[in-house]
Design a protein around this ligand. Structure first.
Ligand code: NAD
Length: 364
């Protein structure tokens, strides 16, 4: 029976990479019954909400979705749909494998890291107070009363909650991932030396959870040191587990190690479902140009195949993508030695090259 999967085509470059990714996933031979749904800036203009109820209902019912990027206006306007979706479905684990593929230009080779980022807490919990509002003033006064420390009256405030239960489940998810995919080590990343009651708690709980996984090594790193280590000695690291904000930042750093956002996939996973999406955003300046690299969303589809237990199809798809990238002919501009190389192909053409590889393999 076909897998019923919600597909959100997003905005900006979203629809282009979504259509290509769908075609590639269909070419793996796994049967999908796609349920296309809308979200993003165009929905905001048309229907007054970037995330219509019917889209949420579809994900609730199907429990699994592919999602292309959605724009979030900076500073003003609606809050991030991406954050809202993760919260709505309690998709607490964002798993981002960052692996070197031969042929992708990068300063590094043989990188094989997995970032497991907590998705629901921390400074991204959305508990914020705007400068100068009555609420902000009250929070400032309360904090001053309770902590004896003053906050400047012209401050905006974002709250950083980190819980025992939230930490326990994300660290467990990192260890379970390590076990399933035969990884050797989990590193917890934090700033516990400064934020003792939030990051300190994260570290304390991580140490407790680690005791239950004696087959996998455990260590911790302070986030600033982690950044330097990843740049200098990335080969020392394997699976990293991080609170939300550090996870967001280090995901992009790790994507940079393997050649950039164009090749960095991701999965947002919870107890009751999963949404698969690229690490990169909607890159609005490239919208409609058939120019950007579809690999990150295609590889997110590969993660979906693994989540569904379709390991063989996932392996074939990963190999087809890796072959096209290694050959370096039918690839987008960002994968060429010279970004202005006129032989670079478009988004659709790179997708077609991957489909061709998949078809040749299934005919053998
Ligand atoms: P971005 O990831 O969209 O783009 C940054 C740059 O990375 C681009 O200008 C381009 O040079 C490169 N790039 C990104 N994707 C590429 C691809 N597939 N192929 C080749 N090059 C690629 O980041 P941004 O410009 O900071 O964000 C744009 C919008 O996307 C913002 O509104 C942001 O909030 C949103 N966003 C959405 C998601 C999501 O939907 N999950 C994630 C991140 C950002």
């Amino acid at each position: 029976m076909a897998y019923r999967v919600t597909f959100i085509r997003g905005d900006g470059i979203g629809p282009e990479i979504a259509d290509v990714s769908k075609a590639v996933l269909d070419a793996t031979g796994v049967a999908f019954d796609w349920d296309f749904q809308d979200a993003g800036v165009e929905m905001m203009e048309k229907e007054g909400t970037p995330l219509p109820t019917r889209t949420l209902e579809s994900i609730r019912k199907n429990k699994i979705a592919m999602k292309a990027p959605i724009t979030t206006p900076v500073g003003t306007g609606f809050r991030s749909c991406n954050v809202a979706l993760r919260k709505e479905f309690d998709l607490y684990a964002c798993v981002r494998p960052c692996k070197s593929y031969e042929g992708v230009r990068s300063r590094y080779r043989n990188i094989d890291l997995v970032i497991v980022r907590e998705n629901t807490e921390d400074l991204y919990a959305g508990i914020e107070f705007q400068k100068g509002t009555k609420e902000a003033d009250e929070v400032i006064q309360l904090c001053s009363k309770l902590s004896g420390k003053s906050i400047r009256p012209d401050s905006g405030i974002s709250i950083k909650p980190i819980s025992v239960s939230g930490t326990e489940r994300i660290v467990k998810a990192a260890f379970e991932y390590a076990r399933k995919y035969k990884r050797k080590k989990v590193t917890a990343v934090h700033k516990a030396n400064i934020m003792k009651f939030s990051d300190g708690l994260f570290l304390e709980v991580a140490r407790e959870v680690a005791k239950r996984y004696t087959d996998i090594q455990f260590e911790d790193r302070i986030v600033d040191n982690m950044c330097m280590q990843l740049v200098q000695v990335p080969e020392l690291y394997d699976v990293l587990v991080l609170p939300n904000l550090y996870g967001d930042i280090i995901s992009d750093l790790a994507a940079g190690l393997v050649g950039g956002l164009g090749v960095a996939p991701g999965a947002n996973v919870g107890e009751s479902g999963a949404i698969f999406e690229a690490t990169h955003g909607s890159a609005p300046k490239y919208k409609g140009l058939n120019k950007v690299n579809p690999t990150a969303l295609i590889l997110s589809g590969m993660l979906m195949l693994r989540y569904l237990g379709e390991e063989q199809a996932a392996d074939r798809l990963e190999k087809a993508v890796a072959d096209v990238i290694r050959e370096g002919k039918d690839v987008t501009y960002d994968l060429k030695e010279n970004r202005k190389d006129p032989t670079a192909v478009g988004t659709r053409e790179m997708g077609q090259a991957i489909i061709k590889k998949l078809k040749v393999k299934s005919e053998k």
